[in-house]
Ligand binder design. Structure first.
Ligand SMILES: *[C@@H]1O[C@H](CO)[C@@H](O)[C@H](O)[C@H]1NC(C)=O
Ligand SMILES: *[C@@H]1O[C@H](CO)[C@@H](O)[C@H](O)[C@H]1NC(C)=O
Ligand SMILES: *[C@@H]1O[C@H](CO)[C@@H](O)[C@H](O)[C@H]1NC(C)=O
Ligand SMILES: *[C@@H]1O[C@H](CO)[C@@H](O)[C@H](O)[C@H]1NC(C)=O
Length: 420
């Protein structure tokens, strides 16, 4: 034992002294300081490059070959997704989850209490049995399902529940993204991660306005009770005969229920060191469609977060003519608009609608049932193993999203559209 250790201790000084000797010899033979420095650098580069392989640094050769140079590893963000569904949504949710998958992200999936136990068990076993999910351990299912009422505050509490789980599961994500089983991405994760890597991590994408319009009488003034808070069977919200006035202690905002929230804002909501998120949560307990108001009202009434609000929900949605209450179901007729859209997500879709196959083939280059191929994929068949997850292979989607960000974040109008 002893002699080996002694020998090892000698290896490094030996290499150093030989290099110094080579250096001295080279300079003394007047080969030129520059070229000998290069020699020494190239010799030394053996060591850092070996270390960097262990630390999974970006592959340097790649950055010279690929046109858009990948962001430095530490710059690649991570997303925390909530994908939720209800009765009969298992197949839709599973497809959306697989299309969204990237080893760097975190995922929480939830099928609410209205779905059958069999459906939930099936989802749990699929998550458990998937070799990649099992290996990376970044897909979590809420097994104790919540009762969720459409338009009710239980929807908000479900979203906050998922946020809390994600905060606990990983210290390592930058944005929370709320999706449903009827949503579908229009870009690969490599595209979205790439486009987000140059963004300020404090930005929140949340479409909002303080102009309530018809919502003032139909949403803000009525009082509702959500039976999902105390009944174990599903029933719709009901209205109380009393109405209330608009609040004067804070300004109401309303907007899209789809959002991309920064980690800092999610921590503020969940940990509640300021009382505003908590008291607004109680106010919204009796509000019609609270998911379309709670987050918006909190962010715009918190001075430290108001300036991080980007007025967009990053979704392609087509609405009925005002009152904009029901989004249209997208079909092949919307295909051209979807392909032209710069939005990373779209909704809503029917289960296995042909337009999804169209998106798969034209935008995501995905084969049925498989993951979307990205820089992380290795093995045969592709994506059967996880290679280097920090290697991104952005495509046209990244350019489209950068264009959208240019319009939203880097535009002089950014501040003008904020919390108005
Ligand atoms: C998951 O694995 C278990 C045990 O290997 C097996 O019994 C079960 O059928 C598998 N489920 C699915 C959905 O593949
Ligand atoms: C989150 O996603 C669900 C889809 O399941 C949606 O209905 C809800 O309104 C979204 N937003 C919030 C804030 O919960
Ligand atoms: C990101 O945005 C926040 C809030 O606007 C600002 O305080 C911070 O300096 C920005 N960070 C960087 C790195 O630009
Ligand atoms: C597409 O549009 C055409 C003409 O407007 C209509 O007849 C057809 O039903 C639509 N198809 C779908 C799938 O919505």
């Amino acid at each position: 034992m002893e002699p080996q250790i002694v020998e090892k201790k000698w290896v490094f000084p030996l290499i150093i002294s030989s290099l110094v000797a080579i250096f001295l010899v080279a300079t003394s033979f007047n080969m030129g300081l520059v070229s000998s420095m290069q020699t020494i650098n190239s010799l030394f580069s053996i060591f850092p490059s070996r270390i960097s392989v262990d630390q999974k640094d970006p592959v340097f050769v790649e950055s010279k070959v690929l046109p858009p140079s990948p962001p430095p590893k530490s710059n690649i963000p991570r997303f925390a997704y909530l994908v939720s569904g209800s009765k009969g949504d298992l197949e839709k949710l599973w497809r959306t989850l697989r299309v969204l998958y990237h080893p760097l992200n975190q995922y929480v999936v939830h099928l609410d209490l209205e779905s059958s136990a069999a459906e939930r068990l099936e989802l749990a076993s699929r998550v458990e049995n998937d070799t990649i999910f099992a290996k990376m351990g970044n897909v979590h299912m809420i097994t104790k399902a919540n009762m969720v009422t459409y338009r009710g505050p239980t929807m908000v509490s479900n979203t906050l529940h998922a946020c809390a789980i994600l905060l606990k599961k990983s210290k390592d994500w930058d944005w929370f993204i709320n999706l449903s089983a009827s949503d579908y991405p229009l870009m690969t994760q490599d595209d979205i991660l790439f486009a987000f890597s140059s963004l300020n991590r404090s930005l929140n994408f949340i479409e909002h306005t303080s102009i309530l319009g018809w919502k003032e009488d139909h949403r803000a003034k009525p009082l509702i009770i959500d039976p999902g808070l105390y009944l174990s069977t599903k029933s719709d919200i009901f209205f109380v005969t009393e109405k209330r006035e608009l609040p004067t202690a804070f300004t109401l905002f309303t907007g899209s229920a789809w959002m991309v929230l920064s980690r800092a804002f999610v921590e503020y909501l969940i940990w509640g060191w300021d009382n505003l998120p908590r008291s607004l949560l109680m106010y919204y307990a009796n509000f019609v469609s609270s998911p379309e108001g709670y987050f918006h009202t909190v962010i715009c009434n918190s001075p430290e977060f108001a300036e991080t609000a980007v007025n967009h929900d990053l979704h392609y949605i087509t609405w009925d003519k005002p009152p904009k209450q029901h989004p249209h179901t997208l079909t092949l007729n919307d295909s051209n608009n979807l392909i032209r859209s710069n939005a990373p997500f779209a909704r809503k879709f029917k289960k296995d609608d042909p337009v999804l196959d169209d998106i798969d083939s034209k935008l995501l280059h995905r084969k049925p049932g498989e993951f979307v191929q990205g820089g992380w994929c290795s093995g045969n068949p592709p994506c059967s193993e996880v290679g280097d997850p920090t290697r991104l292979r952005p495509g046209i989607g990244a350019r489209k999203l950068a264009r959208l960000m240019g319009r939203l974040v880097y535009s002089p109008k950014f501040k003008e559209r904020q919390c108005r």
